[in-house]
Write a protein that binds this ligand. Structure first.
Ligand code: ZN
Length: 177
């Protein structure tokens, strides 16, 4: 049975490590970790979670975009595990968009990200996948990919004025509705 994992919070050194490549994606330990990360992300209303966030310094993350209270406009997709991910290509355009992080509760920031990218990863069966992502999913991929490098969204903020508390972020959305 999958178990809910504790989520590493900002200040935990593991969030700042470069994660290790996974040698055998089909190892039972890795398969169990993926199942745990899937339930942990769903429980926390996350649209993604990276292995270092559950105290495993491994090159693995989940992208699990679906509309939820934290991201009402997120596109719906089947959750995917991405192992040893790489960014193969980026297109020039960047855009600032709101991000939060399960490891940095209570904070939202406007983060510049590429709006389109080509990526490669192994799926949980160990099969090589090459795909393109745009907009929100490209943003989630880049956020999770950063976790594998020990980078957090607050490192990408260009101006501290782009940081909001969760409460003020929700308030600003409502005032523009
Ligand atoms: Zn995060």
């Amino acid at each position: 049975m999958p178990i809910l994992r504790q989520i590493a919070q900002l200040g935990q050194p593991i969030l700042r490590e470069v994660a290790q490549k996974i040698i055998d994606p089909q190892a039972p330990y890795i398969q169990a970790l993926i199942d745990d990360m899937l339930v942990t992300a769903a429980d926390a209303n996350g649209v993604g979670i990276a292995a270092p966030q559950v105290f495993e310094s491994l090159s693995l993350f989940i992208v699990a975009s679906q509309p939820n209270p934290r991201y009402p406009n997120a596109p719906l997709m089947e959750p995917k595990a991405m192992i040893n991910p790489e960014i193969l290509r980026v297109w020039d355009a960047t855009e600032k968009g709101w991000e939060g992080c399960l490891s940095i509760p209570g904070l939202r920031g406007l983060v510049p990200r590429y709006t389109r990218l080509g990526v490669r990863y192994l799926n949980r069966k160990g099969e090589l996948r090459e795909e393109e992502y745009t907009d929100f999913l490209a943003r989630v991929f880049q956020h999770e990919f950063d976790h594998i490098q020990g980078i957090l969204f607050i490192d990408r903020i260009e101006d501290t004025r782009d940081l909001f508390t969760e409460k003020e972020y929700v308030r600003s959305l409502q005032s523009h509705a």
